[in-house]
Design a protein around this ligand. Structure first.
Ligand code: 13P
Length: 257
């Protein structure tokens, strides 16, 4: 069980050593939620060192589907783990779209991550035209099916982030009602194909999450956390989102009544 909400920052191709120092300073008194910052690969060792004494953890934004060898420019999940990365985002829309990554390649990346002891955050989500054509459930099913088949029981150790492509970077997040519905579809697909172990999969939402909408999104029971882009490189905004997550987290010591 993970009662604390998970807030993951995806820095994309942004950030610097100076920004990491700002986060390390802000993290001295951090809200009580699980927090991860996924930085560009070259910043990973710095992030690990800067955040080691804080509650924040670090991760990466992609890994190879191979373990090693002649793959110029690639970074393995094992390297990410050795450099202190605990999480790695795989299958982000900007990689599926901009780099033509297939579901098969994304599953291979998730497998490599799990084998390296790094938690994969697998991104799924429909494009605007797929939403408009009422294809959302079909798209989510297609994006999840190979993952479930190949990972088997290991699916329990992954995080899935529903990131509708139309919401990313648009300033217009999906409504909490729509997020509930989509995560319900995801949970249903996982339960049907993976059985009870699917219950441990944490389901996040990503796409234009900011300090104004974070509370409404994170307060939904279906939402185990958020994956944040633009607001994740603004320490005050990221902190506000984490505060909202802390308010929505059921801490183990709290009386259920
Ligand atoms: P924005 O929060 O900038 O919309 O980005 C979302 C995202 O892509 C997180 O992975």
């Amino acid at each position: 069980m993970n009662p604390a909400k998970l807030v993951v920052g995806n820095w994309k191709m942004n950030g610097s050593a100076a920004l990491l120092r700002a986060f390390a300073a802000a993290a001295r008194d951090w809200p009580a939620c699980e927090t991860v910052v996924c930085v560009p690969h070259p910043l990973l060792p710095l992030a690990h060192a800067a955040l080691a004494a804080t509650p924040l953890r670090c991760g990466a934004q992609d890994c190879s589907g191979e373990d090693g060898g002649a793959y110029t420019g690639e970074v393995s999940a094992r390297m990410i783990g050795e450099l202190g990365g605990r999480y790695v985002i795989v299958g982000h829309a900007e990689r599926r779209g901009g780099h033509a990554e297939t579901d098969g390649q994304i599953v291979a990346k998730a497998q490599r991550a799990l084998a390296a002891g790094v938690t994969p955050i697998v991104c799924i989500g429909e494009k605007a035209e797929e939403r408009d054509g009422e294809q959302t459930a079909l798209v989510l099913r297609r994006q999840l099916l190979q993952l479930v088949r190949v990972l088997g029981r290991d699916i329990a150790s992954i995080v899935v982030s529903y990131e509708p492509v139309w919401a990313i970077g648009s300033g217009d997040a999906a409504t909490p009602g729509l997020i509930d519905h989509a995560l319900g579809v995801v949970a249903g697909i996982l339960a049907f194909h993976a059985g009870p172990c699917a219950r441990s999969v944490r389901l996040l939402y990503g796409g234009s999450v900011d300090p104004r909408n974070a509370g409404a999104i994170l307060s939904r029971d279906a939402v185990a956390g958020v994956l944040v882009g633009a607001a994740a490189v603004v320490p005050e905004d990221f902190r506000e989102i984490c505060k909202a997550a802390a308010r929505c987290s059921v801490m183990p010591t709290r009386d259920a009544a």
